[in-house]
Design a protein around this ligand. Structure first.
Ligand code: MN
Length: 166
């Protein structure tokens, strides 16, 4: 079986955020991360759980029209495959079970992001609030800051500003 995919879409809607999406159960499980992911394990990034998206949404970049939900430009900021490494009591469990239990761990093989990332549920309010952190491993790097130094799309090379003015 092919490895499941992940995608991170940079999306300038009412506010700028990065939609972090993991393929599972035939959909993209999704979180909106206002500050985007970090490669520094010291950083805790708020990740609000949002609705599952269809798999083919992960290839979308363009401008969502005014009046539509999420109106504004979208670029594919990073993508690749991931390996689930979510565990409970020492045993690997399916990603979707981890999401239900409030903790998942994945190994990303993206163009910009690699290595382990963990998502942990911290509050169930109107929306679930999770925290996204880089796991300490050989891919962790406190000096990198790809959100600011690599702002462009991995598909088209365009920035979100270029997409907006297209
Ligand atoms: Mn979004």
């Amino acid at each position: 079986m092919a490895s499941p995919r992940f995608v991170i879409q940079k999306h300038s809607a009412r506010s700028l955020h990065y939609d972090f999406r993991l393929e599972a159960q035939g959909v993209l499980k999704s979180w909106a991360v206002p500050k985007g992911p970090s490669t520094n394990p010291q950083d805790k990034r708020l990740a609000t759980r949002v609705e599952d998206h269809p798999l083919d949404w992960g290839d979308f970049e363009g401008v969502i029209a005014k009046g539509q939900y999420g109106a504004g430009p979208v670029i594919v900021w990073d993508r690749g495959t991931y390996r689930n490494q979510t565990r409970s009591k020492g045993k690997e469990i399916p990603l979707e079970n981890g999401i239900e239990r409030g903790h998942i761990s994945v190994w990303l093989e993206g163009e910009k992001l690699q290595g382990g990332y963990a998502l942990t549920l911290v509050a169930r309010e109107k929306q679930e609030r999770w925290i996204l952190v880089k796991i300490k491993d050989e891919k962790a790097d406190a000096r990198r800051n790809p959100v600011s130094t690599q702002p462009e799309s991995v598909i088209s090379g365009r920035t979100i500003e270029e997409m907006e003015s297209s």
